[in-house]
Design a binder for this molecule. Structure first.
Ligand code: HGY
Ligand code: MN
Ligand code: MN
Length: 441
């Protein structure tokens, strides 16, 4: 089989998709071209434009498509034996505000190019091949990441999930529009019960996701591809701190219960205990970098320069390759919270949004990727994914693995996110060969 990846077509499609953004055209000379800042939040007009365009590309390529009630989009190449387990690939096209143009999109458009190239090479799959564009991988609008793949993998309760509040205003993640996921998705044309989203175990024979690394290891090591052996376990929490507010001049310091200074101590406690977890792991001879925690969003009420903050809401994103170590860190933070409440007279409430287990790649899928890299004389690095991905939840249905390509300076979730055309074409080629091998086993 002579497989030819049409890199020019793939790159032009990536750049076209990047124009479907709520960010102004990127003219920032500090950003090495070619990049385009992207904001493409699920079920917004830009997202719907991207979805319609992707379906057009799929039909032009001669594939059939279906869209499920939450908008997961299936691009299907029926195999000779449609009763066999399907080989799946895919990722997401939604993007957090002011992000880059390669996160997720390389897996969707690269997957489409892989299937087109196989078809053009005369390949005929025994097993059906499916490319998925999964809904709302980012937590921006409904507060939880991987919404589409969680439902697909049976990880979320369909009924309660449909009541998730719409948190569209990016300026204030604690604000909601008063609408729910059900309202927003049905208004966008995605109807039907969410119970129809979940697929049975065994539906997929294998799943492989192509994605940028979103970290610096491959570039630093000068290795062109990464094969993901496990995906760190993400957890996220919403903390609300309530003191009482008042006049910035007349409310004297001894009388204050300032919610923001309390929040500042909480944020530093989270950092301190996460660093301590890494130090303890290092002392045990482990890597000592597997625990990470981020408070990326803080909302201050009332937010006036001359008012003492009465309420603060902060969002914690905490991840670890070891969920027990992550829980141990959270317990240490909770002990500080108890002290903070009594010492500062504030009330702190915790809401757990998700606390997931790590995903372990399927050995057979990893070995298939590795053997194809070897036969193509492409060096690879077996590695952990510290970002979470839809593959985290596709792992509930089938053996998975991920294929990483380097991104410049390890940068992601920023407008200057970038991966070279050569890396994108190589990742697509190895993906295509892997899909072909899995589809005919
Ligand atoms: O946050 C993540 O790991 C993913 O990029 N949504
Ligand atoms: Mn992302
Ligand atoms: Mn992603």
């Amino acid at each position: 089989m002579t497989l030819i990846i049409n890199a020019d077509r793939l790159l032009s499609e990536l750049h076209h998709l990047a124009t479907l953004t709520d960010c102004p055209p990127t003219t920032d000379t500090l950003l090495p071209a070619p990049t385009q800042a992207v904001t493409r939040i699920v079920f917004t007009p830009r997202d719907l434009e991207a979805r319609a365009w992707l379906l057009e590309l799929a039909h032009e390529a001669g594939f059939t498509t279906r869209v499920d009630p939450v908008g997961n989009t299936y691009i299907r190449w029926q195999g000779a034996d449609p009763d066999l387990g399907v080989v799946g690939t895919g990722s997401h096209t939604d993007a957090i505000p002011h992000a880059g143009m390669y996160d997720g999109t390389v897996g969707v458009l690269g997957g489409l190019e892989a299937m087109r190239a196989l078809k053009q090479a005369g390949f005929t799959p025994k097993r059906t091949l499916e490319l998925l564009m999964l809904t709302s991988e980012e937590p921006t609008r409904f507060g939880i990441g991987c919404l589409g793949s969680r439902l697909l993998g049976g990880v979320l309760d369909p009924t309660t999930t449909d009541t998730l509040p719409d948190r569209l205003p990016e300026s204030d993640p604690t604000a909601t529009t008063g609408l729910t996921l059900h309202d927003v998705r049905t208004a966008a044309g995605f109807t039907g019960p969410l119970t129809e989203v979940t697929l049975p175990i065994g539906y997929y024979h294998a799943w492989v996701e192509l994605h940028i690394e979103q970290g610096p290891l491959l570039e630093r090591a000068g290795i062109p591809l990464g094969i993901v052996t496990n995906i760190a376990a993400p957890a996220s929490y919403r903390f609300t701190l309530e003191g009482f507010g008042g006049h910035a001049g007349a409310l004297l310091m001894p009388d204050r219960r300032d919610a923001l200074t309390a929040a500042s101590e909480l944020i530093l406690s989270i950092e301190r205990h996460t660093l301590a977890a890494n130090a303890a792991a290092k002392a045990e001879g482990l890597s000592g970098v597997d625990s990470v925690a981020t408070v990326g969003s803080v909302q201050v009420h009332p937010g006036n320069v001359n008012s003492v903050p009465s309420r603060v809401t902060l969002m914690l994103d905490i991840r670890d390759t070891d969920p027990e170590r992550r829980e141990h860190t959270m317990s240490a933070v909770r002990a500080d919270i108890a002290d903070l409440q009594s010492r500062r007279g504030v009330r702190i409430t915790e809401e757990r949004i998700n606390a997931d287990t790590p995903a372990i790649s399927g050995e057979h899928i990893v070995n298939t990727l590795a053997s194809i890299c070897d036969s193509e004389h492409v060096p690879y690095l077996k590695m952990v994914s510290r970002a979470y991905h839809d593959s985290t939840f596709m792992a509930r249905l089938a053996p998975i693995a991920m294929l990483f390509i380097p991104c410049r300076n390890g940068v992601s979730h920023r407008p200057d996110e970038y991966s070279t055309p050569e890396s994108i074409a190589l990742g697509t080629r190895i993906l295509a060969l892997t899909l072909a091998q899995l589809a005919n086993e």
